[in-house]
Design a protein around this ligand. Structure first.
Ligand code: GLU
Length: 494
């Protein structure tokens, strides 16, 4: 049997380190046994998915050197590898389930489903579809479909009993069917949900081992039922432990930079990032912490995956990166890496038009460029001192800026300008009072190109990280303050 694994990111945001983590383990599992590693784009959520995010994910995984054998860009025998291009396949499979009586049409309105859920919650029950439309006769279903009434297709789930799913790392897991929802498989718009698409694609793409985050364990019974309904063989399941923030909460961009590009911007070596991800949840037989992707592939076995809660600790990653720099790069190689990282043509082409205006001698270029090749700048509270705002007000403004940037997508100067103008309007403040601390947070000094252009050049990940860093430098925000500010911020948005 050829081992085939896949990573299946949804292109709905920044390229997340969690995606790289899954990709790494998929790749090692497959390549260790001479198998194939596939990249599939799960973009059935048309509203949240974007081509830009897909490009970013592919680019970031490529930067890390986690290359796939089949995927939307390289093609392969099971193309297309983008779910939005496979809609007919899913519809055909839903028809098969409907014909065999494993699925049914549901005409319940969102209003009815809301009421149902609220009542179930009030009774202390798990929110679960109550089977209302199972009672419809085939004639009723046919005539309502004929009349064009909006409907979804749901899968049937046994009324009672226990479902046992096997996870390679955890053994048998028992989940009561009473906890398993009659999952929607096809949405009102005719698009599949994740649960249908993932099962159909994993089967058709001949995936033998599913490696994914442990947050999907509860979905495994639904998937297993679908495999049974289709009479297909279920792949081996490997649910990886989730990466955590140092406080053990699920890794989140509010507490840790989660975008792979942040680590590229900070000047980490991709080899070290991959090594670090490998260390989180897996160990070399000899216990050595520093290892290459090639060594990990050679030595890989799922038996040495640990089920703890791996903490993504940027300080530890820095330490490891330092070892990579010193032990793996000679002086010439380090010089080449630095030139490629900081003074590459792309960076220069973008920054030169901004600083040329202000340049009298070449020696002024270094300070002007400083903001672009810096990491988290060394700023102190005194740098933010301001005649109009005291420190608490500055923290409040920066916190609102940070949240606004979290949900902002268009990183060109003009939309960034607009974001600040909007925020100033909502806070009834002058825009320059908001921009003053942001300038210090982003530029780290008084010498830098104009703010919006600088932000556009730095990109979302580094900008967000610098604003968060500035908040920490200014003493941070306590949980209590955060709650209060969050409330205020929600009020601004509405
Ligand atoms: N699209 C899912 C995600 O983004 C994939 C989960 C899976 O691997 O089955 O997490």
């Amino acid at each position: 049997m050829t081992v085939r694994t896949r990573v299946a990111p949804s292109p709905t945001g920044d390229p997340h380190v969690g995606t790289a983590y899954m990709a790494l383990f998929c790749l090692c599992l497959a390549r260790h046994q001479g198998g194939q590693f596939i990249l599939r784009i799960e973009d059935t959520d048309a509203v949240r998915s974007s081509a830009e995010s897909e490009q970013n994910i592919l680019g970031a995984l490529n930067w890390l050197g986690l290359n796939w054998d089949e995927g939307p860009d390289v093609g392969g025998p099971h193309a297309p590898y983008r779910q939005s291009e496979r809609l007919d396949i899913y519809r055909e499979h839903v028809d098969r389930l409907l014909e065999a009586g494993h699925a049914f049409h549901c005409f319940c309105t969102p209003q009815r489903l809301d009421d149902m859920r609220r009542e179930q919650m009030a009774r202390g029950e798990t929110g679960r579809y109550d089977g209302h439309c199972l009672a419809l006769t085939p004639e009723e279903v046919a005539s309502r479909l004929e009349a064009g009434e909006p409907s979804t297709v749901r899968m049937k789930v046994p009324e009672a009993g226990v479902c046992t799913v096997r996870d390679e790392l955890r053994g048998d897991i028992e989940i009561d069917y009473g906890q398993v929802d009659m999952q929607v498989l096809l949405k009102t718009d005719g698009n599949p949900t994740y649960h249908l698409a993932v099962v159909v694609d994993d089967h058709l793409m001949e995936i033998t081992h599913i490696v994914r985050g442990e947050e999907w364990i509860n979905s495994a019974p639904k998937h297993q039922l679908l495999y049974e309904y289709f009479d297909w063989e279920m792949p081996v399941l490997i649910h990886m432990p989730l990466l955590r923030n140092p406080d053990k909460s699920k890794l989140s961009k509010r507490k840790n930079p989660t975008s792979i590009w942040f680590y590229e911007r900070m000047g980490f070596m991709p080899e070290a990032v991959v090594n670090y991800l490998g260390m989180l949840g897996w160990s070399m037989p000899d216990g050595e912490e520093k290892f290459s992707l090639q060594r990990m592939i050679e030595q890989f076995s799922t038996e040495r995956i640990t089920l703890g809660s791996p903490v993504f600790d940027v300080e530890k990653l820095k330490w490891l990166n330092g070892r990579w720099i010193r032990e793996e790069l000679d002086d010439r190689q380090l010089a080449e890496r630095l030139v490629h990282w900081a003074f590459n043509q792309d960076n220069l082409d973008r920054v030169i038009p901004l600083v040329k205006e202000r340049l009298e001698v070449f020696s002024e270029f270094g300070p002007q460029l400083g903001f672009l090749v810096d990491g988290l700048p060394s700023v102190a509270p005194a740098d933010f001192e301001n005649k109009r705002l005291d420190q608490a007000e500055i923290v409040r403004v920066l916190q609102f800026v940070s949240w606004s940037l979290d949900s902002h997508g268009d990183w060109r100067p003009e939309p960034i300008n607009q974001l600040f103008a909007d925020l100033a309007g909502k806070l009834d403040m002058k825009i320059r009072d908001i921009l003053a601390p942001v300038f210090v947070a982003i530029s780290g000094s008084n010498v830098a190109p104009p703010l919006f252009e600088s932000m556009a050049l730095l990109g979302p990940d580094m900008c967000r990280a610098r604003v968060r860093h500035a908040i920490n430098v200014l003493g941070g925000v306590s949980k209590k303050q955060a709650k209060r500010l969050e409330k205020e911020y929600a009020g601004l948005a509405s």
